[in-house]
Design a binder for this molecule. Structure first.
Ligand code: FNR
Length: 196
């Protein structure tokens, strides 16, 4: 039974930024999708590999325009009222493919991140859980006007963290993720979101 009913009000786009088929972040995105759905909101979900993009190059943009994948990604963000990014951490920061996708999407008008509520999640086999990437992501997203939710969720030792059913073996962590998602959804109910 849904604990809330956001079905009329809220559509959430969940983007997994790992390109790997066996991605740990995809498993975290699976769980986030289930928890958001349980809250009664609608979920749209895509892996970043659905939006293949060249490296950002101003000359390419000037000659060929913005690639269709960047327009598609932007459209998926704009069609939702909230964005959840689930991303690996590479070298203590943002994976290049994700930053490149943000850079391309930021060239689309209306600019899709403006006033978009965004929740950041990460999974890593390391004891750090990828939180440095989430810290780094604040800068470009906030520069673009996204409403980055202050609380983030970094899953450490993610290769050992899931039950066969896709829940977290640590029930306290599962409760924290559930509560973080619920609070984010509650704060994301559309009010006066506009794009410029
Ligand atoms: C990593 N990984 C990693 N993990 C981490 O917690 N902090 C880090 O700084 C890095 N750096 C890093 C750089 C590069 C180039 C790679 C390929 C990997 C490990 C990373 O968390 C691990 O590969 C995850 O499994 C990647 O996420 P997915 O693909 O499983 O979702």
């Amino acid at each position: 039974m849904p604990t809330e009913d956001y079905s009329e009000a809220l559509r959430v786009f969940i983007l997994n930024a790992s390109l790997r088929k066996e991605s740990l972040n995809a498993r975290l995105a699976d769980l986030a999708e289930r928890l958001v759905t349980d809250s009664g909101a609608l979920v749209d979900r895509a892996p970043l590999r659905d939006f293949p993009l060249p490296l950002y190059d101003g000359d390419v943009e000037a000659v060929d325009g913005i690639p269709k994948s960047a327009l598609d990604l932007s459209g998926r963000i704009v069609d939702a009222q909230a964005l959840v990014i689930v991303t690996p951490e590479y070298n203590a920061s943002i994976p290049g493919v994700l930053k490149n996708a943000i850079d391309w999407a930021s060239r689309v008008r209306p600019q899709p991140f403006k006033d978009t509520p965004a929740l950041l999640l990460s999974a890593s086999p390391s004891p750090m859980g990828g939180h440095r990437c989430l810290l780094a992501l604040h800068a470009p997203l906030e520069r673009l006007g996204a409403l980055v939710y202050p609380e983030t969720f970094s899953l450490a030792a993610a290769h050992q963290a899931f039950t066969p059913d896709g829940d977290l073996t640590d029930r306290h962590l599962q409760k924290r993720l559930t509560e973080t998602l619920r609070a984010f959804l509650a704060s994301s109910i559309p009010t006066h979101r506009e794009h410029f």
